[in-house]
Design a protein around this ligand. Sequence first.
Ligand SMILES: NC(=O)c1ccc[n+]([C@@H]2O[C@H](COP(=O)([O-])OP(=O)(O)OC[C@H]3O[C@@H](n4cnc5c(N)ncnc54)[C@H](O)[C@@H]3O)[C@@H](O)[C@H]2O)c1
Length: 336
Amino acid sequence: MARRFLICGGCGFIGSSFVEHLWLKYPDSEIIVLDVLTYAGSLDNLGELHTESRLQFLEADICDIGALPGLEDVQFDLVVNFAAETHVDRSLYYTSDFVRTNVLGTDSLLSFCRKTDSPILQISTDEVYGPARENETFGETAALNPSSPYAASKASADLLVMAAIKTFGQKAAIVRTSNNYGPRQFPEKLIPYFIYLARQGKPLPVYGDGKQQRSWLYVDDFCSALLRVVDDFPTGEILNIGATREYTNLEVVRQLTTILECETPVNHVADRPAHDRRYRIDSRKFEQRYGGINERDLSDGLRQTVAWYQSHPEIFDRLRTQDVANFRDKHYHNRT
Ligand SMILES: NC(=O)c1ccc[n+]([C@@H]2O[C@H](COP(=O)([O-])OP(=O)(O)OC[C@H]3O[C@@H](n4cnc5c(N)ncnc54)[C@H](O)[C@@H]3O)[C@@H](O)[C@H]2O)c1
């Protein structure tokens, strides 16, 4: 029988890439993409897929999934939850939006999945472990120690998933990943935003000294790894899927400006409160069960990313909405 997948948040950055991977790997499957289309989501991210008959798009909020007509009796082979408020900077101002979608939304999806007996994969982040000291690496059993409201809301969601596994024996699992980058990321996020500014020769606002370290994983490399859990669902497990190499923000900026062949100056601006210096997750558990993560070099991934944004400049129009203008006024005002 054809498999049926429900992909929540499938019009966002990682979700839309995962839908593409799923589409190609399971050519007989039916895919329902459920997304409320916040400022960060767009049907354009699905390209032509959204006109295909085996993909159905539902414009809906995960918080309301229990009341959606037509879905109440549908059992899915897998539900994947990418739907979230994801911008850490925004979480400083709109905390309750983060709690609503990331915590209450996950709770409502968990209830739906219990009712329909559908396995659920929750997509989470390395940020739930909080900052890692130099040489420290977090495995899946490390304590949760989130710093930002975003990370706290994601950690809360993870706790709800873990509680549902223990309490109800729910078929659920969590994957925590490191910073993803690549095509279709909303251009308010660091890499596309810097491409946007650099193309105009504007200075690049780097928080603090710019020496914060991140492990950048190209979105296709993450989604290829994630696909492996579809056929061998790790019920009850938490798995880290992170990049192995680390780069400072300044190094990312240096590589970007080299690729863009521009000499845009860096403008060190006031750091974000509770800005973690370093995240670091250990993916050995995933690799032992599913094989190594094929991770391209940052320089190759950045070249592909820059090429994509150069050939899709219309994505930068999404920065012109009132919502984005309001956020930028709040956030960058006085931050020079
Ligand atoms: N991007 C990263 O580097 C990264 C790293 C680690 C973990 N994650 C996690 O991966 C997931 C996807 O991240 P992303 O970068 O693709 O995010 P994104 O912001 O690009 O996309 C989120 C999507 O969710 C949708 N959405 C938001 N609220 C919703 C709601 N209430 N109901 C239905 N849909 C809703 C948005 O419209 C959007 O399409 C998130 O859970 C995020 O926490 C992301």
